[in-house]
Ligand binder design. Sequence first.
Ligand SMILES: *Cc1c(COP(=O)(O)O)cnc(C)c1O
Length: 361
Amino acid sequence: MTREALVDLDAIRSNLAVLSTATAATPAMVIVKANAYGHGAVPVARAVVEAGAAWLGTADLAEALELRAAGVAAPILAWLHEPDVDFAPAIEGGVDIGVSYPQQLERVAAASGRAFVQLKVDSGLGRNGADATQWLELVEAAAAHQRAGRLVVRGVWSHLANAGPEADAAQIATFTEALEAARAAGLEPELVHLAATAGALRVPASRFGMVRLGIGVYGLSPDDTPVPGLMPAMTLSAPVVAVKHVPANHGVSYGFDYRTTAPTTLALVPVGYADGLPRSASGGAPVAINGRTYRIAGRIAMDQVVVDVGDAPVSVGDRAVLFGDPSTGVPSADEWAAAAGTINYEIVTRIGPRVARRYRG
Ligand SMILES: *Cc1c(COP(=O)(O)O)cnc(C)c1O
């Protein structure tokens, strides 16, 4: 029984090329955190490096070190650190460390080896990054450590909130001031970056020297506006494992939220919320079988869903596609997101370890 996420690496390479054209060939850091948004960190990392990604980005150092262990030699930045994380393996492994506050910088400087760091300023998002009260202290301390040969400041960066044109402009201004303060402290960061996919595409002034591309590389739009030329890279499917004919008024799945309206055929598909399907998409989410799209009947269970296929000739072994590239006639991750009241990022990223990843390209 193969629950399968087929990942098209050619689509991923092509998406990176499409995004490069759409961003005036700004160098790209491809974000492969969270198992490359569920697509598989190592195969995706190799594919995007081949396709010209200048950098890779992960949240955790452990994610970066997994790539190193798999032989991925490209530059990597990791930026989200637990308070007691050991920075030495990252320094040893040549992983750049995103640094967000002065005490963190001190821990990096005290770790053995000479770290490459990229200082993160909070330009308004209110998450990671030094705020205005800490930034001067951070850049001055970093400059002192750099002069003493304890570390090298390679980059200055921040992250956008995607809260509209005014907020973007304010964040760009705050970021630019922070960059000037870093230079005034004697730093000469070779990398300056602010934008993720949405900013890279929609706000040219946010591109600076590099853009950090996540969702677009996986073929999905960062917002409600489709991005021309992108191809969704993941197709989630499973074989039909049982088919039964039932009379009208037959309840389907827990609670009987769904009842058949006529004699019909029910097909059982072995993917459920344990595999990352959002249970809140019950009743509305699409599934395609043999080229026709149906809605899931009743509640999504832990391991399975039921599809009412009417009088269509569906057999055990036929493949059910939950989402993939809609230009091939199957449902999209965006439709799943709409059915669940969430975003496409969450749909692909939550696909769990019980689903086998297979690669094409
Ligand atoms: C996840 C992430 C990105 C990528 O965002 P997308 O919207 O997927 O392009 C970029 N930068 C940071 C700091 C992130 O956490």
